[in-house]
Design a protein around this ligand. Structure first.
Ligand code: NAI
Length: 358
């Protein structure tokens, strides 16, 4: 389908720039749960703003193509003014062609009794194939967000298989963990959510991740001073965030869906539009060696985003021995996953991996 957007008046220079902009975005695993919650957000302007036009590409496995067709019908029926074009299919090369952004939600779910190694191997093959397809047909400027678990390792495999695309263009989702940390602090202090800034999720999107409040503020005061409960911050708070995914599964019977879709929206929005001055967010990115994390590991760091998909890892934060120990644990897990994922191949010089959480 092809549609023309409505004319828009009285725009700021930045809005004017966006009016002329169209992003081609592919969502993999679009027929799944998170896909279903995310597609309305990208179509209604919540992700890239109310002026950037979107061409959607929906990818899933062949058995889900009929469901993709149904989704395409619903997207038509949504009458979203920003949605220029929708195509769907099961061939990654067809769907990734000329993409500006790809959101990798599709993957094989962890089944009961399945070994982590087995999951890594199945998803590793999916991301290997998709990395090669991306390398071949996507724009060299394509920006990637990996959601499917194990998200950090899948992102690493993807990046390693798409060598013609800059490694900075590959990220994985730890924003849900970041949002969970903010929300737990809000529950504990009852301070406005928007006043809680600069928490950090370090490492893997798994139960070894380290939610760190040492550099964060609530209403511009250090989090520790506002919370005044060191025992909680160093104990129950950390465990809560690390195990929140499992808790959701226990209560809901399946993993997080709309909170995950919302976190994808937050990640992409901030990466595209930039973080608020003086604030950072958590993103899984390829390590440049910051904070002693081995180069090449896909690791969650505090990141400041500038406009149009530029970001930098926040530098110079003091890491105390408690935090260092936690960062070491999650680093070790990622190194182990990297080694498992690449065991049958020549190990890459710079790489990494992670424990499935949800
Ligand atoms: P789902 O099972 O409902 O959907 C997954 C979709 O991926 C299915 O439609 C399936 O057919 C598709 N798929 C499988 N192999 C594919 C392939 N080779 N190419 C394209 N599509 C393929 O799962 P749901 O709930 O949407 O979750 C998706 C992923 O997101 C899971 O791996 C889950 O663990 C992960 N997740 C990650 C979070 C994070 O914070 N990083 C949070 C919540 C979930």
């Amino acid at each position: 389908m092809t549609r023309k957007s409505d004319p828009i008046k009285k725009l700021t220079p930045e809005e004017k720039e966006n009016v002329t902009k169209t992003l081609r975005v592919c969502v993999t695993g679009a027929a799944g749960q998170i896909g279903y919650a995310f597609l309305p957000l990208i179509s209604n302007g919540s992700v890239f703003g109310p002026h950037v036009k979107i061409q959607l590409r929906l990818l899933d496995i062949p058995a889900a193509v009929k469901a993709l067709e149904g989704l395409s019908m619903e997207l038509h029926d949504g009458a979203y003014p920003l949605l220029e074009d929708v195509a769907f299919g099961s061939d990654p090369e067809e769907m990734f062609k000329d993409c500006d952004v790809v959101v990798f939600i599709g993957g094989f779910p962890r089944k009961q009794g399945m070994e982590r190694k087995e999951l890594l191997s199945i998803n590793g093959n999916i991301f290997k194939t998709q990395g090669k397809a991306l390398d071949k047909v996507a724009k060299k400027t394509v920006k990637c967000l990996v959601v499917a678990n194990p998200a950090n390792t899948n992102c690493l495999i993807l990046q390693q298989n798409a060598p013609s695309i800059p490694k900075e263009n590959f990220t994985c989702l730890t924003r849900l963990d970041h949002n969970r940390a903010v929300s737990q602090l809000w529950k504990k202090t009852n301070m406005p959510l928007y006043s809680i800034k600069n928490v950090i999720i370090w490492g893997n999107h798994s139960s070894t991740q380290y939610p760190d409040v040492n550099h964060g503020t609530i209403a511009e005061k250090p989090i520790k001073k506002v919370v005044e409960d060191e025992e909680w911050l160093k104990g129950a708070f950390i465990t809560k965030i690390q195990k929140r995914g499992a808790e959701i599964i226990e209560y809901r019977g399946s993993s997080s869906v709309f909170s995950a879709a919302n976190a994808i929206k937050d990640h992409l929005r901030d990466w595209y539009h930039g973080t608020e001055p003086g604030t950072w967010v958590s993103m899984g990115v390829v390590s440049d060696g910051s904070y002693g994390v081995p180069k090449g590991l896909v690791f969650s760091f505090p990141c400041i985003c500038k406009k149009h998909f530029e970001y930098e890892i926040v530098q110079g934060l003091h890491i105390d021995p408690f935090s260092q120990e936690k960062i070491n644990i999650t680093t070790k897990e990622l190194e182990e996953e990297r080694d498992e994922a690449f065991a049958e191949e020549k190990k890459p010089q710079e790489a990494a991996a992670g424990e499935q959480k949800e």
